[in-house]
Ligand binder design. Structure first.
Ligand SMILES: C[S@@+](CC[C@H](N)C(=O)[O-])C[C@H]1O[C@@H](n2cnc3c(N)ncnc32)[C@H](O)[C@@H]1O
Length: 252
């Protein structure tokens, strides 16, 4: 669903202290962008209206979270939701940062030194047509990029409404060296309560569609060996070279 353009989006984001306006400048220095740099570093990819990011970060002051989306109109809504959740919690927004970026080139935003502990991907576009599948945020092409900045033992938490995407993603992760350590085809029946609902999750749940959820683990050298094997079989999955300054996030 296309969101109507919001006149207030850019003005509000431009004065937001936790919205990162020139994010690729922080590559290799993300920890320093947070009040407590020593804390574990989590990402949410395709954060949409930000209710999940806000809930997770407000409930876990002991982690730092960077929430990323490509659209400034959505990020502006996320900013308002974050303000509301932190105000209710009576806390400053000290462990959450927002930014606009293209996840397809996320290796130009995060460096190996940024050592990410967790990636959360919630209800990403399923891209069902064969020719579009490489755009999926769980596609092997993306796993290569994530491996470049994940810490040994890091986790990828993935939720979706889409059965085919979930089935394919289970295969992507297990085949390419990210063993799946937890899987449920019905998160809400599973008894797990540590994954706050997202806007899309609420919408699909209201339609009777179950939320599928998995956790996959990055295993350092063992995963990297599998990735090397993948790249020798599928050289097209190697990260595209993006000359510095070519990608301009929508917001700037
Ligand atoms: C279907 S929505 C899901 C939003 C939210 N995670 C939820 O569960 O409600 C997918 C979001 O990912 C963002 N997105 C899709 N592809 C992206 C990309 N390549 N780079 C950055 N953001 C992307 C979209 O703008 C959108 O907000």
């Amino acid at each position: 669903m296309r969101m109507r353009r919001k006149k207030w989006a850019r003005p509000e984001l431009s004065v937001c202290p936790y919205f990162m306006k020139d994010p690729s400048k922080n590559r290799g220095h993300w920890a320093e962008q947070f009040e407590r740099p020593e804390q574990p570093f989590w990402l949410e990819l395709g954060c949409g209206k930000g209710t999940y990011a806000a809930r997770v970060a407000a409930d876990h002051p002991e982690i730092n979270l960077l929430a990323i989306d490509i659209k400034s109109d959505i990020l502006a809504v996320a900013r308002r939701n974050i303000q509301a959740v932190y105000a209710e919690a009576g806390r400053p927004v000290d462990n959450l940062r927002l930014t606009a970026y293209e996840i397809g080139i996320i290796h130009t935003l995060l460096a190996p030194e940024d050592t990410v502990d967790r990636i959360c991907i919630n209800f990403c576009n399923p891209w069902p047509h064969t020719g579009h599948r490489k755009k999926r945020l769980t596609h092997p092409k993306q796993l290569v990029l994530y491996a470049s900045f994940l810490r040994d033992g890091a986790e990828i938490h993935f939720k979706t409404d889409d059965d085919d995407l979930f089935r394919d993603s289970l295969e992507y992760f297990t085949q390419w060296g990210f063993p799946v350590t937890y899987v449920t085809w019905d998160l809400h029946e599973s008894g797990r309560t540590d994954s706050p609902s997202t806007e899309h999750e609420e919408m699909f749940t209201a339609q009777g569609i179950k939320t599928k959820f998995l956790i996959a683990r990055y295993r350092g050298e063992a995963t990297d060996r599998q990735i090397e094997k993948m790249l020798s079989q599928y050289p097209k999955f190697a990260p595209a070279k993006v000359p510095e300054g070519v990608f301009k996030p929508e917001i700037v």
